[in-house]
Write a protein that binds this ligand. Structure first.
Ligand code: TXA
Ligand code: MG
Length: 360
């Protein structure tokens, strides 16, 4: 786990994190206003270190229904509950297993969501009717300030349900402008700058008696194994007992322009065969692209060679390519190694949305 995910303000483990309001890109008044909106059952989009979230009071089923309606997401999909750094995960769960506490100590605040058995008092709406609940404590200072302010209105126990602030199936937002592009002025947005991680949190299910990775992210299976002394089971579509998670739908995170994801040698024939006058986008490592970087009609983007940088830039890139007036997006498939697992996962899902088209 890279140190950069631990906010500089964080004290020793367990010491509440105080964020100086003056250091934030939003004012104390803006935070108070947003917390009041949440308290009244309204929605607020806010920055996290992964992607922007579309938040509502996790214990208010009407607010949760408003999130689903705004996103156009089916109501049987669970959403993640976001907690302030001093929030108590025990409030939300039937029982906090020792493994969960160890992972919390190691990775919170940060991009790890834990799926646990939901406490009976927590409305089922937040988990799409399932008996579990997803919990995460984000490290972004604006998210933390909002969560602290909202929690204070709820005797310290407030949690904010927040899926990514995009319409269902579309690319997650990593800037406030992306959120505005999705929802216009209909949603109140706190602007905390560009998200640093750039892809959604790692989701680990601890509700089934063994650790199971539901979605890869910045916290890697190896990071988790180092803490638990046991490797998590990797996502396996054939496991019919797996809980529903929209991020595990095959086609997800998709741009609107058709996208193909192939090893570079399989992209070359497509580049060679493109119709005269057709413009295509090519996203590949500069070390591979060769002549194609300068070819006529090819809008070349040099893909970052570093997986973390690629993750940070990925969604902004897909959004930019949707506006670039190209007929197709061709992306070089990255190595099938553990360091690329999260980027490959998101690219694979984006491409899967077009697989039927690509294969006739
Ligand atoms: O990084 C993130 O996790 C971002 C930011 C905003 O925190 N949130 C996010 O939320 O990606 P969303 O709703 O787009 O994806 C959350 C995933 C979904 O696939 C959802 O189904 C799954 O988490 N999830 C949430 N609660 C769950 C539960 N109780 N059981 C199984 N999956 C759950
Ligand atoms: Mg999402």
């Amino acid at each position: 786990m890279p140190d950069q995910q631990k906010p500089a303000q964080a004290g020793a483990a367990g010491v509440p994190l105080q964020v100086a309001a003056s250091a934030l890109p939003v004012s104390a008044e803006q935070i108070a206003h947003a917390a009041a909106l949440l308290d009244a059952g309204g929605l607020v989009a806010f920055p996290t270190e992964t992607v922007y979230g579309l938040g509502g009071d996790a214990e208010n089923p009407d607010a949760v229904a408003r999130i689903y309606a705004a996103k156009g997401r089916p109501a049987n999909h669970p959403v993640i509950v976001h907690l302030a750094p001093q929030g108590d995960p025990n409030y939300w769960v039937e029982h906090l297993p020792q493994e969960a506490q160890r992972l919390i100590d190691a990775f919170w605040p940060g991009p790890l969501t834990l799926i646990l058995k939901r406490a009976a008092r927590i409305p089922a709406a937040v988990s799409g009717g399932q008996e579990s609940v997803g919990l995460r404590c984000p490290s972004h200072p604006v998210a933390q300030a909002l969560l602290e302010a909202f929690s204070a209105l709820r005797s310290g126990h407030g949690g904010v349900a927040a899926p990514s602030a995009n319409r269902f199936g579309h690319v997650s937002p990593t800037t406030a402008q992306h959120v505005r592009d999705e929802f216009g002025s209909a949603i109140h947005v706190l602007d905390g700058g560009a998200s640093d991680v750039g892809i959604e949190s790692t989701i680990l299910d601890l509700s089934r008696g063994f650790p199971a990775l539901l979605r890869p992210g910045r916290v890697t299976p190896q990071d988790i194994a180092d803490v638990l002394g046991e490797a998590p089971r990797l996502p396996d579509g054939s496991d019919a007992t797996a809980p529903r998670a929209s991020g595990t739908l095959k086609a997800h995170y998709a741009p609107r322009t058709p996208l193909a994801l192939l090893p570079f040698n399989a992209l070359e024939p497509l580049l060679a065969a493109r119709v005269a006058g057709e413009r295509v986008a090519l996203v590949a490592r500069a070390s591979r692209a060769g002549q194609w970087a300068d070819a006529e009609g090819v809008h070349f983007i040099a893909a970052p060679e570093d997986p973390h940088v690629y993750a940070r830039e990925l969604y902004g890139l897909l959004r930019a390519l949707d506006r670039a007036n190209v007929a197709r997006i061709l992306i070089e498939k990255l190595p099938d190694t553990i360091e690329w697992i999260a980027v490959n996962d998101r690219l694979g899902r984006a491409a899967a949305a077009f697989e039927a088209q690509n294969h006739g």
